[in-house]
Design a protein around this ligand. Structure first.
Ligand code: FES
Length: 70
């Protein structure tokens, strides 16, 4: 599905750039040009970035505090 009509960028391309480290709308604009023209796609770009952040957070190992020595 095309996410950014102005630049012809699909959700697959956006997800690939997010995967490689573009973690904001601005970073996506620099890496694949999505969101750099009219801006109507920026909410969708933010959603895709947030979706990936949630995936990372849900798969990150849970860090528990060390038990106190008694
Ligand atoms: S639709 Fe993405 S900048 Fe216009």
């Amino acid at each position: 599905m095309i996410v950014c009509v102005c630049e012809g960028v699909s959700d697959r391309v956006v997800r690939a750039h997010i995967q490689r480290g573009s973690d904001s709308v601005e970073a996506l604009g620099q890496s694949c040009r999505a969101g750099t023209d009219c801006g109507r796609c920026r909410d969708m770009l933010r959603t895709l970035v947030a979706e990936r952040a949630l995936q990372r957070a849900s798969t990150a190992p849970l860090k528990l505090p060390e038990p106190e020595a008694t």
